[in-house]
Design a protein around this ligand. Structure first.
Ligand code: HSE
Length: 432
């Protein structure tokens, strides 16, 4: 599909809402991203209205309201569908495929219900349909399920796959307002679906777990059969009782094999505070995959919003572009992209915080001497405390702010020479 003389892959974008604008922004500013992005041009952008005010500066003549014409445009190689909702998205995807175009979509509602039809059509036409943005926002989950985890017999997928509801539950649990306030904030941040009931009622999470289960278990999942309960009935008092009992309330999406059956459901669930999913807060999503021989792996990241979802969508675009280039004997994704060499920051220039434990004589003025010495070398201290006595020596623990590593070591070399200093047994860096 890509013109071999002129390597440019021309892209038609359906939808310029939150995610569409994020996609366009990346494509129009490819510097510093994957080199293949410089070979992709944004040819047409299909929108509902030409007159809606937009902050994005698109090349002139790119916008169109004729979505049908876009998917039939012979100059377009790949259609990115980020309209959301079932129709006209499903029909447009099928038309694009019928025209021999590759498709990248973030549309979980369409993939969960019509995935079989769409992938069959794509197979028949010999085109790719990729959908990393449909589940987990910016978390790479579809691609690992299709490829990197292929050696495993997967037996369980368990996750928080809706950012809006996780954001709402986190806000409520932290006493930052009621359900309505938290939902309004989520909407203003671009996390929620156009119709937020899809988030709140669990339908969005049910679409996503249906897609994940299909990939994990290689079976066809009926979306209608996914049990689904939302968070609408949860009261703040339940969140605080759960907390007191050692739990947290999360909207969990689960798919696991139960004998001959697939147990697949979405509902609010109390989960032990010790479980890694319990500490997934705000708009973050996380998915735990269990399999043999892998054991369990958890993937976590921003699950909604323009940037993260656009990151997944454009990742798929790069994937298609790379695969098409592979047909001409060069596979850009098999090696690291060739870029110019870059010098590595010398350790002395690294900026970091430090923790150090110093053993000194227990006498007046020692802490002052340490502080003054660090200060002279430009090392700012976050804290300095004498914790106790260890083998008749005072144990002083120092934590610095972000400092230049070289300065810290110069100060420490001087401190080692102080007559009152017996030993500096530990120096650790602090991640902040
Ligand atoms: N509305 C979805 C969520 C984002 O809150 O997770 C896209 O799937």
């Amino acid at each position: 599909m890509v013109n071999q003389n002129n390597r440019t892959m021309r892209l038609g974008l359906l939808g310029l809402g939150t995610v569409g604008a994020g996609v366009a922004q990346i494509l129009l500013d490819p510097k510093g991203r994957h080199p293949l992005l410089t070979e992709i041009s944004l040819h047409r952008v299909g929108v509902r209205s030409l007159h809606k005010p937009r902050s994005l500066h698109l090349p002139p003549g790119v916008l169109t309201t004729d979505l049908e014409a876009l998917v039939h445009d012979p100059d377009i190689h790949l259609v990115v569908e980020v309209l959301g909702g079932v129709e006209p998205a499903r029909t447009l995807i099928l038309r694009a495929i019928a025209q021999g175009k590759h498709v990248v979509t973030a549309n979980k509602a369409v993939v969960a219900r019509y995935g079989a039809e769409i992938f069959q059509a794509a197979q028949a036409q010999g085109v790719y349909v990729l959908m990393e943005g449909a589940v987990g926002g910016g978390i790479p989950i579809i691609h690992p399920l299709k490829q990197a985890l292929g050696a495993n017999r997967l037996n369980r997928v368990l996750g928080i796959v809706n950012g809006t509801t996780n954001f709402i539950l986190t806000q409520m649990a932290q006493g930052r307002g009621d359900f309505a306030t938290a939902l309004a904030t989520a909407q203003s941040l671009g996390y929620a679906e156009a119709d937020p009931s899809a988030d709140v009622d669990g339908a969005d999470a049910a679409d996503k777990i249906a897609i994940l289960a299909t990939l994990a278990f290689g079976v066809q999942v009926s979306r209608e059969a996914v049990y689904c309960e939302g968070i609408g009935g949860i009261q703040p008092v339940d969140l605080s009782y759960a907390e007191r009992l050692g739990f947290r309330v999360k909207l969990l999406a689960l798919a696991q094999r139960q004998g001959e059956y697939l147990d697949i459901r979405v509902h609010p669930t109390l989960i032990s505070q010790d479980h890694p999913l319990a500490s997934v807060q705000g708009v973050q999503n996380a998915i735990v995959l269990g399999g043999e021989p892998l054991g369990e792996v958890m993937l976590q990241g921003p699950g909604a919003g323009a940037g993260p979802t656009a990151s997944a969508v454009v990742g798929d675009v790069v994937n298609v572009a790379a695969t098409l280039r592979a047909d001409s004997g060069y596979h850009p994704l098999l090696g690291a992209p060739a870029t110019r060499p870059i010098p590595q920051l010398p350790m002395d220039e690294v900026q970091t915080c430090f923790y150090t434990r110093v053993l000194t004589q227990d006498q007046p003025g020692v802490i002052g001497q340490l502080g003054t010495c660090f200060g002279r070398h430009g090392v700012s201290l976050a804290s300095i405390v004498q914790i106790g006595i260890h083998e008749q020596l005072a144990e002083i623990v120092v934590v610095t702010h972000q400092v230049r590593e070289g300065n810290f070591w110069l100060a420490l070399a001087e401190i080692r020479q102080f007559p009152a200093v017996a030993d500096i047994p530990t120096v650790l860096r602090v991640w902040s």
